[in-house]
Design a protein around this ligand. Structure first.
Ligand code: SF4
Length: 444
Protein backbone atom coordinates (compact mmCIF):
# COMPACT_ATOMS: atom_id res chain seq x y z
CA UNK A 1 0.00 0.00 0.00
CA UNK A 2 2.82 2.42 0.79
CA UNK A 3 5.44 3.16 -1.83
CA UNK A 4 8.71 3.29 0.09
CA UNK A 5 11.04 6.17 -0.71
CA UNK A 6 14.24 4.80 -2.30
CA UNK A 7 17.40 5.66 -0.42
CA UNK A 8 20.99 4.67 -0.23
CA UNK A 9 21.37 1.68 2.03
CA UNK A 10 23.50 1.27 5.11
CA UNK A 11 24.49 -2.13 6.42
CA UNK A 12 25.47 -2.87 9.99
CA UNK A 13 26.22 -5.90 12.07
CA UNK A 14 28.11 -9.01 11.13
CA UNK A 15 27.61 -12.74 10.79
CA UNK A 16 27.63 -13.28 14.52
CA UNK A 17 24.99 -10.70 15.50
CA UNK A 18 23.24 -10.73 12.12
CA UNK A 19 23.30 -8.33 9.21
CA UNK A 20 20.86 -5.41 9.41
CA UNK A 21 20.11 -3.33 6.32
CA UNK A 22 18.51 0.07 6.65
CA UNK A 23 16.80 1.72 3.69
CA UNK A 24 17.97 1.22 0.16
CA UNK A 25 16.40 -0.08 -2.93
CA UNK A 26 14.66 0.67 -6.11
CA UNK A 27 11.65 2.96 -6.23
CA UNK A 28 9.35 -0.02 -5.85
CA UNK A 29 6.68 -0.71 -3.30
CA UNK A 30 7.28 -2.37 0.02
CA UNK A 31 8.69 -5.87 0.18
CA UNK A 32 6.65 -7.48 2.93
CA UNK A 33 8.07 -10.91 2.26
CA UNK A 34 11.69 -9.78 2.35
CA UNK A 35 13.82 -10.61 5.33
CA UNK A 36 16.29 -8.16 6.80
CA UNK A 37 19.02 -10.01 4.90
CA UNK A 38 17.34 -10.38 1.56
CA UNK A 39 16.37 -6.81 0.73
CA UNK A 40 19.63 -5.96 -1.00
CA UNK A 41 19.38 -9.02 -3.20
CA UNK A 42 16.02 -8.10 -4.70
CA UNK A 43 16.89 -4.43 -4.91
CA UNK A 44 14.05 -3.22 -2.70
CA UNK A 45 14.17 -1.20 0.48
CA UNK A 46 14.88 -3.30 3.54
CA UNK A 47 11.91 -3.84 5.87
CA UNK A 48 11.64 -1.04 8.42
CA UNK A 49 14.11 -1.70 11.22
CA UNK A 50 12.97 -1.38 14.85
CA UNK A 51 15.42 -0.10 17.40
CA UNK A 52 15.56 1.13 20.95
CA UNK A 53 18.03 2.25 23.58
CA UNK A 54 19.05 0.76 26.90
CA UNK A 55 17.95 2.60 30.04
CA UNK A 56 20.74 1.38 32.34
CA UNK A 57 24.41 2.26 32.67
CA UNK A 58 26.64 0.81 29.97
CA UNK A 59 29.61 0.45 32.32
CA UNK A 60 27.58 -1.99 34.44
CA UNK A 61 28.50 -4.83 32.09
CA UNK A 62 26.33 -7.69 33.39
CA UNK A 63 23.23 -5.52 33.76
CA UNK A 64 23.80 -3.98 30.33
CA UNK A 65 24.20 -7.39 28.67
CA UNK A 66 21.04 -8.58 30.40
CA UNK A 67 19.08 -5.52 29.24
CA UNK A 68 20.35 -5.78 25.64
CA UNK A 69 19.43 -9.47 25.51
CA UNK A 70 15.99 -8.68 26.90
CA UNK A 71 15.46 -6.06 24.19
CA UNK A 72 16.73 -8.40 21.47
CA UNK A 73 14.37 -11.12 22.73
CA UNK A 74 11.50 -8.61 22.52
CA UNK A 75 12.35 -8.18 18.82
CA UNK A 76 14.73 -5.20 18.62
CA UNK A 77 16.87 -5.34 15.48
CA UNK A 78 19.32 -2.76 16.80
CA UNK A 79 20.07 -1.59 20.36
CA UNK A 80 21.74 1.73 21.19
CA UNK A 81 23.76 2.36 24.32
CA UNK A 82 25.01 5.63 25.80
CA UNK A 83 28.79 5.97 26.19
CA UNK A 84 29.31 9.23 28.08
CA UNK A 85 32.51 8.11 29.81
CA UNK A 86 35.60 6.08 29.05
CA UNK A 87 34.41 3.33 31.40
CA UNK A 88 31.37 2.93 29.12
CA UNK A 89 33.40 2.40 25.94
CA UNK A 90 35.72 0.10 27.90
CA UNK A 91 32.66 -1.94 28.88
CA UNK A 92 31.64 -2.21 25.22
CA UNK A 93 34.59 -4.54 24.61
CA UNK A 94 33.09 -6.99 27.09
CA UNK A 95 29.46 -6.40 26.15
CA UNK A 96 29.61 -6.83 22.37
CA UNK A 97 30.91 -10.44 22.37
CA UNK A 98 28.14 -11.39 24.82
CA UNK A 99 25.15 -10.12 22.81
CA UNK A 100 23.60 -11.16 19.52
CA UNK A 101 22.17 -7.92 18.22
CA UNK A 102 23.74 -4.95 16.42
CA UNK A 103 24.93 -2.27 18.87
CA UNK A 104 25.02 1.49 18.31
CA UNK A 105 27.17 3.76 20.47
CA UNK A 106 25.49 7.06 21.27
CA UNK A 107 28.17 9.74 21.37
CA UNK A 108 27.84 13.31 22.59
CA UNK A 109 30.55 15.92 23.18
CA UNK A 110 33.60 13.61 23.37
CA UNK A 111 34.89 12.46 20.00
CA UNK A 112 37.26 10.08 21.79
CA UNK A 113 34.25 8.02 22.90
CA UNK A 114 33.41 7.45 19.24
CA UNK A 115 36.97 6.35 18.46
CA UNK A 116 37.00 4.04 21.47
CA UNK A 117 33.62 2.58 20.51
CA UNK A 118 34.86 1.87 16.98
CA UNK A 119 37.90 0.15 18.45
CA UNK A 120 35.61 -1.89 20.74
CA UNK A 121 33.81 -3.28 17.69
CA UNK A 122 30.56 -1.32 17.81
CA UNK A 123 28.33 -1.70 14.74
CA UNK A 124 27.21 1.91 14.30
CA UNK A 125 27.85 5.32 15.81
CA UNK A 126 25.26 7.97 16.58
CA UNK A 127 26.80 11.43 16.38
CA UNK A 128 25.58 14.98 16.56
CA UNK A 129 28.43 16.93 14.92
CA UNK A 130 27.10 20.09 16.58
CA UNK A 131 28.07 18.64 19.94
CA UNK A 132 31.69 18.03 18.93
CA UNK A 133 33.76 21.15 19.43
CA UNK A 134 36.30 20.74 16.65
CA UNK A 135 35.76 19.93 12.96
CA UNK A 136 39.05 18.01 12.87
CA UNK A 137 37.69 15.74 15.60
CA UNK A 138 34.57 15.00 13.56
CA UNK A 139 36.84 14.22 10.60
CA UNK A 140 38.83 11.82 12.77
CA UNK A 141 35.66 9.94 13.76
CA UNK A 142 34.51 9.79 10.12
CA UNK A 143 37.87 8.40 9.02
CA UNK A 144 37.86 5.77 11.78
CA UNK A 145 34.34 4.64 10.81
CA UNK A 146 35.27 4.61 7.14
CA UNK A 147 38.29 2.41 7.82
CA UNK A 148 36.13 -0.11 9.70
CA UNK A 149 33.03 0.13 7.46
CA UNK A 150 30.90 1.40 10.32
CA UNK A 151 27.86 3.59 9.49
CA UNK A 152 27.10 6.81 11.34
CA UNK A 153 23.72 8.24 12.24
CA UNK A 154 23.86 11.99 12.01
CA UNK A 155 21.26 13.16 14.47
CA UNK A 156 20.02 16.67 15.02
CA UNK A 157 17.19 17.59 17.30
CA UNK A 158 15.49 20.82 18.15
CA UNK A 159 17.43 21.17 21.39
CA UNK A 160 20.85 21.15 19.79
CA UNK A 161 20.67 23.62 16.94
CA UNK A 162 21.02 26.87 18.83
CA UNK A 163 24.44 28.04 20.01
CA UNK A 164 25.29 26.78 23.47
CA UNK A 165 28.75 27.97 24.43
CA UNK A 166 28.77 31.62 23.43
CA UNK A 167 26.20 33.15 25.77
CA UNK A 168 25.81 36.35 23.79
CA UNK A 169 25.32 34.50 20.53
CA UNK A 170 22.88 32.12 22.19
CA UNK A 171 20.89 35.06 23.51
CA UNK A 172 20.73 36.60 20.04
CA UNK A 173 19.74 33.33 18.37
CA UNK A 174 17.08 32.58 20.95
CA UNK A 175 15.85 36.17 20.64
CA UNK A 176 15.45 35.75 16.89
CA UNK A 177 13.80 32.43 17.40
CA UNK A 178 11.14 33.77 19.76
CA UNK A 179 10.72 36.96 17.77
CA UNK A 180 9.85 34.89 14.71
CA UNK A 181 7.81 32.48 16.77
CA UNK A 182 5.70 35.36 17.98
CA UNK A 183 4.74 36.29 14.46
CA UNK A 184 3.48 32.82 13.77
CA UNK A 185 6.57 31.44 12.09
CA UNK A 186 7.52 29.00 14.85
CA UNK A 187 7.59 25.84 12.85
CA UNK A 188 8.93 27.39 9.68
CA UNK A 189 11.81 29.05 11.52
CA UNK A 190 12.69 25.98 13.55
CA UNK A 191 12.45 23.80 10.47
CA UNK A 192 14.77 26.15 8.58
CA UNK A 193 17.26 26.08 11.46
CA UNK A 194 17.29 22.30 11.56
CA UNK A 195 17.73 21.97 7.81
CA UNK A 196 20.52 24.54 7.75
CA UNK A 197 22.40 22.74 10.53
CA UNK A 198 21.84 19.36 8.93
CA UNK A 199 23.17 20.58 5.58
CA UNK A 200 26.19 22.01 7.34
CA UNK A 201 26.86 18.67 9.05
CA UNK A 202 26.30 16.64 5.92
CA UNK A 203 28.79 18.81 4.04
CA UNK A 204 31.43 17.55 6.48
CA UNK A 205 30.65 13.94 5.60
CA UNK A 206 30.46 14.63 1.88
CA UNK A 207 33.80 16.42 1.99
CA UNK A 208 35.37 13.20 3.29
CA UNK A 209 33.49 11.13 0.71
CA UNK A 210 31.67 9.29 3.49
CA UNK A 211 28.14 8.22 2.59
CA UNK A 212 27.55 5.42 5.05
CA UNK A 213 25.07 7.70 6.77
CA UNK A 214 21.59 7.60 8.25
CA UNK A 215 19.84 10.85 9.28
CA UNK A 216 17.51 11.79 12.11
CA UNK A 217 15.91 15.17 12.88
CA UNK A 218 13.81 14.94 16.01
CA UNK A 219 11.46 17.16 17.93
CA UNK A 220 8.91 16.59 20.68
CA UNK A 221 6.16 18.04 18.49
CA UNK A 222 4.61 15.26 16.40
CA UNK A 223 3.27 17.53 13.65
CA UNK A 224 6.65 19.24 13.38
CA UNK A 225 8.39 15.86 13.14
CA UNK A 226 6.24 15.07 10.10
CA UNK A 227 7.13 18.43 8.52
CA UNK A 228 10.85 18.22 9.15
CA UNK A 229 11.27 14.64 7.93
CA UNK A 230 9.29 15.42 4.78
CA UNK A 231 11.72 18.24 4.12
CA UNK A 232 14.76 16.11 4.94
CA UNK A 233 13.50 13.36 2.63
CA UNK A 234 13.27 15.87 -0.22
CA UNK A 235 16.84 17.04 0.29
CA UNK A 236 18.81 13.90 1.11
CA UNK A 237 18.83 10.38 -0.27
CA UNK A 238 20.17 8.82 2.91
CA UNK A 239 17.99 6.44 4.94
CA UNK A 240 16.01 8.10 7.72
CA UNK A 241 15.80 7.15 11.38
CA UNK A 242 12.39 8.31 12.63
CA UNK A 243 11.68 9.32 16.18
CA UNK A 244 10.01 11.83 18.47
CA UNK A 245 12.30 13.06 21.20
CA UNK A 246 11.24 13.69 24.81
CA UNK A 247 7.88 12.18 23.98
CA UNK A 248 6.80 11.92 27.62
CA UNK A 249 5.29 9.08 29.65
CA UNK A 250 4.22 5.89 27.92
CA UNK A 251 0.51 6.73 28.02
CA UNK A 252 0.91 9.87 25.92
CA UNK A 253 4.41 9.37 24.51
CA UNK A 254 3.42 6.26 22.58
CA UNK A 255 0.57 8.12 20.91
CA UNK A 256 2.74 11.15 20.20
CA UNK A 257 5.40 8.94 18.61
CA UNK A 258 3.00 6.80 16.62
CA UNK A 259 1.03 9.82 15.38
CA UNK A 260 4.22 11.25 13.86
CA UNK A 261 5.81 8.03 12.67
CA UNK A 262 2.75 6.50 11.08
CA UNK A 263 2.09 9.80 9.28
CA UNK A 264 5.55 9.56 7.74
CA UNK A 265 5.60 5.82 7.09
CA UNK A 266 2.29 6.11 5.23
CA UNK A 267 4.07 8.55 2.93
CA UNK A 268 6.87 6.05 2.36
CA UNK A 269 9.27 8.05 4.53
CA UNK A 270 11.35 6.28 7.16
CA UNK A 271 13.67 3.28 7.19
CA UNK A 272 14.18 2.65 10.89
CA UNK A 273 12.05 3.67 13.85
CA UNK A 274 12.49 4.23 17.52
CA UNK A 275 9.39 4.76 19.58
CA UNK A 276 10.63 6.47 22.73
CA UNK A 277 9.04 7.39 26.03
CA UNK A 278 9.74 7.34 29.74
CA UNK A 279 9.25 3.65 30.49
CA UNK A 280 10.83 0.24 30.02
CA UNK A 281 12.32 0.15 26.48
CA UNK A 282 10.86 -3.34 25.97
CA UNK A 283 7.53 -1.56 25.48
CA UNK A 284 9.17 0.70 22.89
CA UNK A 285 10.23 -2.36 20.90
CA UNK A 286 6.77 -3.94 21.15
CA UNK A 287 5.12 -0.70 20.02
CA UNK A 288 7.62 -0.20 17.16
CA UNK A 289 7.03 -3.71 15.88
CA UNK A 290 3.25 -3.40 16.16
CA UNK A 291 3.41 -0.12 14.25
CA UNK A 292 5.31 -1.84 11.41
CA UNK A 293 3.02 -4.88 11.47
CA UNK A 294 -0.11 -2.74 11.48
CA UNK A 295 1.06 -0.86 8.38
CA UNK A 296 2.20 -4.10 6.69
CA UNK A 297 5.76 -2.80 6.64
CA UNK A 298 7.05 -6.01 8.19
CA UNK A 299 6.04 -9.60 8.15
CA UNK A 300 4.42 -10.33 11.49
CA UNK A 301 6.10 -12.73 13.85
CA UNK A 302 3.91 -14.32 16.49
CA UNK A 303 0.27 -13.79 17.32
CA UNK A 304 -1.94 -11.15 15.77
CA UNK A 305 -4.35 -10.73 18.66
CA UNK A 306 -7.71 -9.09 18.18
CA UNK A 307 -10.17 -8.50 20.99
CA UNK A 308 -13.47 -6.73 21.39
CA UNK A 309 -13.57 -3.51 23.41
CA UNK A 310 -16.41 -4.97 25.55
CA UNK A 311 -19.83 -3.45 26.19
CA UNK A 312 -22.91 -4.00 28.29
CA UNK A 313 -23.35 -7.50 26.89
CA UNK A 314 -20.16 -8.76 28.50
CA UNK A 315 -20.46 -11.65 30.96
CA UNK A 316 -16.78 -12.46 31.67
CA UNK A 317 -13.77 -10.42 32.84
CA UNK A 318 -12.52 -9.86 29.29
CA UNK A 319 -9.86 -7.22 30.09
CA UNK A 320 -8.00 -9.60 32.36
CA UNK A 321 -8.50 -12.50 29.97
CA UNK A 322 -7.08 -10.55 27.01
CA UNK A 323 -3.98 -9.49 28.94
CA UNK A 324 -3.41 -13.04 30.15
CA UNK A 325 -3.86 -14.43 26.63
CA UNK A 326 -1.45 -11.83 25.23
CA UNK A 327 1.30 -12.70 27.71
CA UNK A 328 0.85 -16.44 27.42
CA UNK A 329 0.76 -16.57 23.62
CA UNK A 330 3.61 -14.06 23.20
CA UNK A 331 5.89 -16.50 24.95
CA UNK A 332 4.99 -19.60 22.92
CA UNK A 333 3.55 -18.75 19.52
CA UNK A 334 5.99 -18.24 16.65
CA UNK A 335 3.70 -18.34 13.63
CA UNK A 336 1.61 -15.25 12.75
CA UNK A 337 -1.76 -16.80 13.55
CA UNK A 338 -4.74 -14.53 14.12
CA UNK A 339 -6.41 -15.10 17.49
CA UNK A 340 -9.68 -13.44 18.51
CA UNK A 341 -10.92 -12.99 22.05
CA UNK A 342 -14.53 -11.79 21.92
CA UNK A 343 -16.86 -10.88 24.72
CA UNK A 344 -20.06 -12.40 23.36
CA UNK A 345 -21.65 -14.19 20.44
CA UNK A 346 -23.76 -11.24 19.27
CA UNK A 347 -21.21 -9.30 17.23
CA UNK A 348 -18.23 -11.45 18.12
CA UNK A 349 -18.43 -13.92 15.22
CA UNK A 350 -18.63 -11.21 12.58
CA UNK A 351 -15.78 -9.27 14.12
CA UNK A 352 -13.64 -12.36 14.53
CA UNK A 353 -14.04 -13.54 10.96
CA UNK A 354 -10.60 -14.19 9.57
CA UNK A 355 -9.25 -15.43 12.89
CA UNK A 356 -7.56 -18.83 12.94
CA UNK A 357 -8.42 -19.41 16.58
CA UNK A 358 -11.23 -17.64 18.42
CA UNK A 359 -13.00 -17.71 21.73
CA UNK A 360 -16.46 -16.27 22.24
CA UNK A 361 -17.29 -15.69 25.86
CA UNK A 362 -20.71 -15.58 27.43
CA UNK A 363 -22.55 -16.57 30.57
CA UNK A 364 -19.27 -17.32 32.40
CA UNK A 365 -18.08 -19.69 29.75
CA UNK A 366 -16.19 -19.69 26.46
CA UNK A 367 -16.74 -21.42 23.13
CA UNK A 368 -13.49 -22.02 21.24
CA UNK A 369 -13.17 -22.35 17.48
CA UNK A 370 -10.14 -23.38 15.43
CA UNK A 371 -10.42 -22.45 11.76
CA UNK A 372 -14.19 -22.57 11.80
CA UNK A 373 -14.50 -25.76 13.78
CA UNK A 374 -15.98 -25.67 17.28
CA UNK A 375 -13.48 -27.53 19.45
CA UNK A 376 -14.42 -26.72 23.04
CA UNK A 377 -17.03 -25.31 25.39
CA UNK A 378 -15.30 -24.47 28.68
CA UNK A 379 -15.90 -22.52 31.88
CA UNK A 380 -14.52 -18.99 32.25
CA UNK A 381 -11.71 -20.31 34.47
CA UNK A 382 -10.66 -22.84 31.82
CA UNK A 383 -10.62 -20.46 28.85
CA UNK A 384 -6.98 -19.33 29.12
CA UNK A 385 -5.42 -22.79 29.37
CA UNK A 386 -7.64 -24.35 26.72
CA UNK A 387 -7.17 -21.46 24.29
CA UNK A 388 -3.39 -21.70 24.79
CA UNK A 389 -3.48 -25.46 24.22
CA UNK A 390 -5.53 -25.07 21.03
CA UNK A 391 -3.14 -22.38 19.71
CA UNK A 392 -0.12 -24.60 20.45
CA UNK A 393 -1.75 -27.57 18.71
CA UNK A 394 -2.68 -25.40 15.72
CA UNK A 395 0.88 -24.04 15.55
CA UNK A 396 2.21 -27.62 15.46
CA UNK A 397 -0.12 -28.43 12.58
CA UNK A 398 0.95 -25.29 10.68
CA UNK A 399 4.63 -26.10 11.20
CA UNK A 400 4.11 -29.69 10.06
CA UNK A 401 2.34 -28.41 6.94
CA UNK A 402 -0.99 -29.95 7.97
CA UNK A 403 -2.77 -26.59 8.30
CA UNK A 404 -2.42 -23.23 6.62
CA UNK A 405 -2.78 -19.84 8.27
CA UNK A 406 -5.92 -17.96 7.25
CA UNK A 407 -7.11 -20.80 5.09
CA UNK A 408 -10.34 -21.57 6.90
CA UNK A 409 -11.87 -18.88 9.04
CA UNK A 410 -14.30 -18.70 11.87
CA UNK A 411 -17.72 -19.09 10.34
CA UNK A 412 -20.65 -18.99 12.69
CA UNK A 413 -24.21 -17.83 12.21
CA UNK A 414 -24.79 -15.40 15.05
CA UNK A 415 -28.02 -15.55 17.03
CA UNK A 416 -28.81 -12.04 15.77
CA UNK A 417 -28.77 -12.49 11.97
CA UNK A 418 -28.41 -9.65 9.53
CA UNK A 419 -32.15 -9.26 9.16
CA UNK A 420 -34.25 -7.69 6.47
CA UNK A 421 -31.92 -4.72 5.90
CA UNK A 422 -29.43 -7.15 4.37
CA UNK A 423 -25.64 -7.05 4.29
CA UNK A 424 -23.28 -4.61 2.60
CA UNK A 425 -23.01 -7.02 -0.31
CA UNK A 426 -26.80 -7.00 -0.61
CA UNK A 427 -26.80 -3.19 -0.80
CA UNK A 428 -24.15 -3.23 -3.53
CA UNK A 429 -26.09 -5.94 -5.39
CA UNK A 430 -29.23 -3.77 -5.29
CA UNK A 431 -27.20 -1.03 -7.00
CA UNK A 432 -27.56 1.48 -4.15
CA UNK A 433 -23.78 1.93 -4.34
CA UNK A 434 -22.67 2.15 -7.94
CA UNK A 435 -18.91 2.42 -7.56
CA UNK A 436 -16.61 2.04 -4.61
CA UNK A 437 -13.35 3.90 -5.05
CA UNK A 438 -10.55 2.61 -2.85
CA UNK A 439 -9.08 5.24 -0.58
CA UNK A 440 -5.43 6.06 -1.16
CA UNK A 441 -3.21 7.25 1.62
CA UNK A 442 0.08 9.06 1.43
CA UNK A 443 1.95 10.38 -1.55
CA UNK A 444 3.55 13.76 -1.94
S1 SF4 B 1 -18.21 -8.78 21.02
FE1 SF4 B 1 -20.08 -8.64 22.28
S2 SF4 B 1 -19.32 -7.89 24.27
FE2 SF4 B 1 -17.71 -7.47 22.80
S3 SF4 B 1 -18.12 -5.37 22.18
FE3 SF4 B 1 -19.07 -6.74 20.65
S4 SF4 B 1 -21.19 -6.94 21.38
FE4 SF4 B 1 -20.01 -6.12 23.12
Amino acid sequence: MFERRPTRQIVLGDERVGIVRIGGGAPTARHPEATLDSAAEDGGPAPVVVQTMTAGYTYDVDACVMEINKLAAAGADVVRVAVPEKKDTAALKEIIPRVRVAIVADVHFHFQRALEAVEAGVHKIRLNPGNISDRAQVDEVIDACKAQGIPIRVGVNEGSIIERKDKQQRKEELGKFFEKSNVGGHNAHLLALMIVKLEEYMDIFTARDFHDVCISAKSMDAAFVVDVYREVSRRFDYPLHLGVTHAGPKETGAIRSIAALSGLLCQGIGDTVRISYANDPVFEVEDGLELCYSLSLRERKGVDLIACPTCGRIQVDLFTLVQDVRKKLAADIRVPMKVAVMGCVVNGPGEAEGADVAVFAGDRKGIIYVQGERVANVTEEEILERLHAECMAFQDRVERGEAKLGEKVVEIVPPDPIGELGSGEAIIARGDVSTVTPLTVGGE
